[in-house]
Design a protein around this ligand. Structure first.
Ligand code: WQD
Length: 341
């Protein structure tokens, strides 16, 4: 069986964990990454974990000629997983055109080149952000999408639209995975999240506060209509998320040419508040997180968590890791990366 899969953004946080799980499941990932938000040493770490050094192209997907070259040199590519994208919500409001150009041009290039080289399946990194604040929780895949407040969110909505229409016109199979909030790190602590600058996401902010890089965490809003007043999210361990991609690839192999476009929620089905995350982090890691309750952050939804029944049934995938695992692995990774600096 031919198991080569092009993984764009394969040295990033979710990409690198997915590459590890793919290798360990017998796939042959080929990485394309422009290193704009990742580091080359992650390739060594992937090799350390798996014993295999995947083929790597230092390449920007927005450059269609470089992309074609990858497909020319690897005629065995059977499918693609497309992670490569810009992902900072706040930044996307300051430089929206960079977000539209990068996130959409890379996708369009990939779809064009896939057509030329007759590669007919793709797994796409989407986001729970496409739902906005759902009326009904847990949110399932039938929930209507809401006009996104951020440029980042609208690139994900537009990308899904492009994929849905192209899947029919070009007769390709597309699985769009809507991620909830990925946290944690590989149990080896060799790979994990590497935020550039001040983190905007909760977990890296917590670990950087715990280790002393940040003075204190600001909890964005304590007056939401939730049991403790703070926002609720569905936090998922990045290794569980990586395994959802492996199952998506297996599903594509099984279902050859019998589907066009399908979306899946990838979360745990559980909602936790910001304060619950802080308390669990403190309890499991036996370390205090200095924090204050501050203003609400513009654009935050109050509460969202997933119904993952569709992924459970169709992809035969279920999140296994607990919140305790997530906070422990996030902290171990932070300590490990700091000790190497
Ligand atoms: C989680 C909760 C904050 C930081 C975004 C994107 C999503 C996905 C993940 C891309 C919220 C609170 C945070 C802090 C806080 N995208 N918080 N203090 O906003 O749910 O999702 O990131 O990679 O598409 O929309 O994640 O980690 O920023 O926030 O209180 O310093 O933590 O208000 O309730 P979010 P997050």
């Amino acid at each position: 069986m031919n198991n080569s899969i092009l993984v764009t953004g394969g040295l990033g946080f979710i990409g690198s964990h997915t590459v590890v799980e793919l290798i360990q499941s017998g796939f042959n990932p080929i990485i394309a990454d422009d290193l704009s938000n990742s580091e080359l040493f992650i390739l060594d770490r992937i090799e350390q974990i798996t014993g295999i050094r995947p083929k790597f192209y230092h390449s920007d997907i927005c450059d269609i000629n470089k992309l074609k070259k990858i497909f020319e040199e690897n005629p065995d590519i059977k499918s693609c997983i497309h992670f490569a994208a810009k992902k900072a919500v706040g930044e996307s409001m300051e430089i929206p055109l960079v977000y539209y150009k990068t996130n959409l041009l890379s996708l369009i290039n990939l779809l064009e080149v896939m057509k030329e080289f007759k590669v007919d399946s793709i797994v796409f990194s989407s986001s729970a952000t496409v739902y906005g604040q759902p009326e009904k929780l847990p949110v399932d895949e039938h929930s209507p999408l809401q006009k996104s407040l951020s440029s980042y969110g609208s690139t994900k909505q537009m990308a899904e639209d492009i994929l849905e229409k192209t899947s029919i016109a070009n007769n390709i199979q597309v699985l769009s995975l809507r991620y909830f909030n990925p946290v944690g790190a590989h149990k080896s602590s060799l790979i994990g999240e590497l935020p550039k600058g001040i983190p905007s996401n909760l977990m890296p902010y917590i670990t950087q506060t715990a280790i002393g890089i940040r003075e204190k965490l600001t909890v964005f809003g304590g007056d939401y209509n939730t049991p403790d007043g703070t926002c609720i999210r569905d936090y998922i361990h990045v290794v569980d998320l990586a395994n959802a991609h492996v199952q998506a690839c297996n599903y594509l192999l099984e279902k050859e040419n019998s589907l066009n476009f399908e979306v899946f929620n990838i979360g745990t089905g559980r909602g936790n508040s910001v304060l619950e995350i802080i308390k669990t982090f403190e309890k499991i890691n036996k370390i205090k997180i200095p924090y204050i309750i501050g203003q609400r952050r513009k654009g935050d939804v109050e509460s969202i968590y997933a119904s993952c029944q569709k992924a459970n049934q169709k992809l035969q995938w279920k999140a296994k890791f607990s919140l305790d695992d997530m906070v422990r692995d996030s902290w171990n990774w932070e300590k490990n990366i700091m000790s190497k600096k």
